[in-house]
Design a binder for this molecule. Sequence first.
Ligand code: ATP
Ligand code: MG
Length: 509
Amino acid sequence: MFSLTYSAAINGIDADIVEVETYISNGMPGFFIVGLPDTAVKESRDRVAAALKNSGFDFPPKKITVNLAPADTKKEGGIFDLPIALGILSASGIIKKDSLLGFCIAGELALDGKIRKVKGILPIALSLSKTKIKKIIVPFANRQEAAASRSVSAFSFKTLDEVVKFINGTTQCEPYIYNDDENTATVSNSYDFADIKGQKNAKRAVEISAAGGHNILMSGPPGSGKTMIAKRMPSILPPMTFEESVETTKIWSSAGHNFSGGLIKQRPFRSPHHTISAIALAGGGAYPKPGEVSLSHNGILFLDELPEFRRDALEILRQPLEDKKIMVSRTKNTFVFPASFMLVTAMNPCPCGNLGHREKQCICTPYQIQKYRGKISGPLMDRIDIYIEVPALKFLELTEIKDVGEHSQEIKQRVTLAREIQNKRFKGTGIYVNAQMRSKEIKKHCILDDKSYAFLKNTVEKLNFSARSYDKILKVARTIADLENESSIKVNHISQAVQYRFLDRQMGN
Ligand SMILES: Nc1ncnc2c1ncn2[C@@H]1O[C@H](COP(=O)(O)OP(=O)(O)OP(=O)(O)O)[C@@H](O)[C@H]1O
Ligand SMILES: [Mg+2]
């Protein structure tokens, strides 16, 4: 009266195999689950009992003990309902002995025996590649994720009864093969750049930033369209590769955010409110979950009203901006979550917002302005390549500009071509975009002819730019040249790149 099945527990963004042992003995009828289960797992008892009865199976009136091993792995959620129910059926002889052993099983049960989708199926399926288990049974709604792992055969079902028939061989079932056309998951928006009137400079800067993966800061008075521009940035980023989709979906799935259960195909755009805590940004909690920096992996992290963010939250960004990952330490364990994102930020030039406005008067004192700007630390500013001013449009400009600007699709094509050039350039180096170049790569790939060098030297000296600014000008100039499919950096590329440093000087850097 004993059975063994396999399931898995989410651990950060990975999964650990869990053995589900079921023992049915004569004794006072009861149902016990042991092995560090959380409340949702304990409630599994009621769901499993009801689902079994409502699917037409007997719930044995005996003492049932379920042990989830290893005992020191934390188990959460309803994921164990299905393996527990099948374990009971196996221990009571309804499912053939040992027929569950080749499978990893995950799924939450509804009281009527239907199988509900669960979080973390992609990490679970991926983790099986390191084990001998090569088949997985998942809820129907999670079939895309399970199959996308490409390392296991994925069988998906809608009800408990269907699973039992499949395991007992009464019905046949083919593993689900990943199908991109059926994949419906999206995370982003359908905003278009053609909606933005005027603002040519800002649009151009945003295109450069998307093309070279440069972090960007937009400064401008209220209502000038900063948020509007940022929200349209995902629409011009190059399409995700399959590997990128899998990486991002794995994070979203383990955090329980992948609601449609398919692969995420659009680059994420995360825009947390400025009251966000450092932990919510970095990731953490009793069962550590990825935070906003990781949910933006392979996409954009947009921080609107940058100076309003808490200082400790902004400081968290340093590590992911540098290492493209974040470490979250807990007493027992340290988790490393991927966090490779483009940082897009927006702010007003001063507390009242009207500094530099063409028509309105700024009412802030120099001290207030300095204090406001000082909220953004030097190290963070250091990691921003492009600064632009977004001026407010006049009423007439807003109402009378009739010509529709370029659609996102057209800009995206140029960005994608520029990214392809960069992919070739950095192949095998672990660098993907110009923004990630270190001094070694800058030396190699940003060679200037005499004329451009003289121009840059003259500009840097005249305008008193720092050495750091010098590197950034080169990186951005490289991207501008890539957008024009030019192999060498010319004077006009540099002169454009220099424009994106002026605000940096104003900010006190
Ligand atoms: N260039 C523009 N083209 C079309 N509409 C615009 C433009 N600029 C602003 N708007 C309109 O103004 C609204 C406010 O813009 P948005 O929220 O982007 O401003 P903001 O710069 O983020 O302001 P704040 O500093 O207050 O956050 C937009 O929803 C849009 O309707
Ligand atoms: Mg805004």
